[in-house]
Design a protein. Structure first.
Length: 250
């Protein structure tokens, strides 16, 4: 079976394991583990009419999820390195709590994109709550310790709604990986995507799945399509944070 990540990525090399270098954010399993590891072999592929081979588990539950979180009123609450480091720590805690495998992430000043896989039927809302609520608690604690004024610290940090949908096809996985890693270039923050620190791309470059000059000449495949889908999704209420009470495992 072809790699779900990129036609140009070599997925047959030795497993390099989690990236544990300094300032790399949450542990990043090598992408090869998503395709051929013992964990993924427990899933089977089913045909969906007109859709190819969706990536679902034996209970018919999607295992790959794309999530976008925006700050409240898209204010730059994540602008500082300290805030981004705190959010990286919360990603790691959530990863450990829910048994996630993080395929890709990027954090900008006002939003987070995340692509993860999970091997049990845990609701995405519980995972989002873990990230957002955990970050908000620690961020406010930090601000109260350092701020001269406490005004405004009780305002919402996150937009109530969030965007989330499963990825069922290999080309969808490739497109969303490209979109996440190219996002800092789209927003004019860097010319070369690999130069952006607050992303999973530096870890993937070290693991050998991307070159340092990836997508320098032209935008990678699928980016425009994903951006369009997010634009359309923003006009709809996909999820609300005031849902009925959730029961979360972890």
């Amino acid at each position: 079976m072809a790699s779900p990540w990129s036609e140009s990525m070599d997925m047959t090399g030795d497993d390099m394991g989690p990236d544990t270098g300094p300032d790399t954010g949450p542990d990043m399993e090598d992408l090869a583990q998503f395709r051929g590891g013992n964990w993924l072999r427990q899933f089977r592929f089913r045909d969906r009419v007109g859709r190819g081979a969706p990536l679902v588990d034996d209970d018919g539950l999607e295992i790959f999820q794309f999530v976008t979180l925006y700050t409240h009123a898209q204010q730059p609450f994540l602008a500082s390195s300290q805030a981004k480091q705190l959010l990286q720590a919360k990603l790691q805690e959530t990863k450990d709590q829910f048994g996630l495998k993080i395929a890709a992430y990027v954090m900008l000043d006002d939003h987070l994109h995340l692509l993860y896989a999970t091997h049990f039927s845990q609701g995405v809302g519980c995972i989002v709550d873990s990230i957002r609520d955990g970050f908000a608690r620690e961020w406010r604690r930090l601000q109260r310790r350092e701020a001269k004024s406490l005004l405004g610290l009780d305002q919402p940090l996150w937009k109530a709604d969030f965007q989330s949908y499963p990825l069922n096809l290999q080309e969808e996985l490739r497109a969303h990986l490209n979109f996440i890693h190219y996002d800092p270039v789209r927003h004019g923050l860097v010319v070369r995507a690999a130069d952006y620190t607050w992303s999973s791309l530096p870890a993937r470059v070290r693991q050998g799945h991307y070159s340092e000059d990836w997508a320098v000449q032209t935008p990678p495949a699928g980016v425009a399509k994903v951006a369009r889908a997010l634009y359309l999704a923003s006009a709809q209420e996909r999820h609300a944070s005031h849902e009925t009470r959730r029961v979360c495992r972890g």
